[in-house]
Design a protein around this ligand. Sequence first.
Ligand SMILES: C[S@@+](CC[C@H](N)C(=O)[O-])C[C@H]1O[C@@H](n2cnc3c(N)ncnc32)[C@H](O)[C@@H]1O
Length: 234
Amino acid sequence: MGKQEEYEETESEEESSDEEEEEEPEKWRRHYSSKHRILLVGEGDFSFSLSLARAFGSARNLVSTTVDTQDNIAKRYSNGVGNVRELEEKGGLVFYGVDAKEMSKHFFLRTQRFDRIVYNFPHVGFLYREDSYCQIQLNKRLIKGYLSNAKVLLREEKGEIHVAHKEGDPYDKWDLVKKAEKIGLVLHEMVPFSREDYPGYDNKRAHGDCSDAPFRLGDCSTYKFKPKRSSNLA
Ligand SMILES: C[S@@+](CC[C@H](N)C(=O)[O-])C[C@H]1O[C@@H](n2cnc3c(N)ncnc32)[C@H](O)[C@@H]1O
């Protein structure tokens, strides 16, 4: 084969591989798109992350985190290890020991920016009675820490911070929206949260002897926050 022919063959191979690399069509699962770069915070058994990954056919745009150690995930959840394995096989990144209150300083997360940052049902664990002052204060501190750290990690344009949260007493006393406003976030939308929208998602108690058990969801919503525009600050 002459040099020219060799060159032409290489070029046409390149052309066909360009065609093969055509962009995947966008896929949606409720509020989340396969085109979003998504950070999942405070995961339980990682079944929420996996539900998105299965819907998208890939976890390449997902970074999933837990405050737990890898050992605890194995101990606390019957499907935790398997879910993490499938997420990683689908190209997702999983980090352990990520505290939502400090995550903007995390060695990897601090180098990244996300379109969606999601924490479903933040809760510090059952340290006091659910409706006691101390328990509410601890949960408020978690929420505040999460929101202010998430704000740092958000892509400026069109980024959203999501919190799935239960409605009613004592959850209303957490002052989620007020806390967000103090941090410079505005409530952009609030929509009912339905577990059925995320096939395979198992909401987990995560703490105590029944860590693998679900908790009663009742009325709950996804709160979507956006950074307050400087023009709205006045
Ligand atoms: C009620 S569970 C919800 C778990 C999971 N998001 C779900 O929807 O099934 C609350 C979660 O918050 C996590 N958590 C508690 N304190 C945290 C912190 N400081 N940073 C990150 N996650 C935390 C717990 O480990 C637990 O997974």
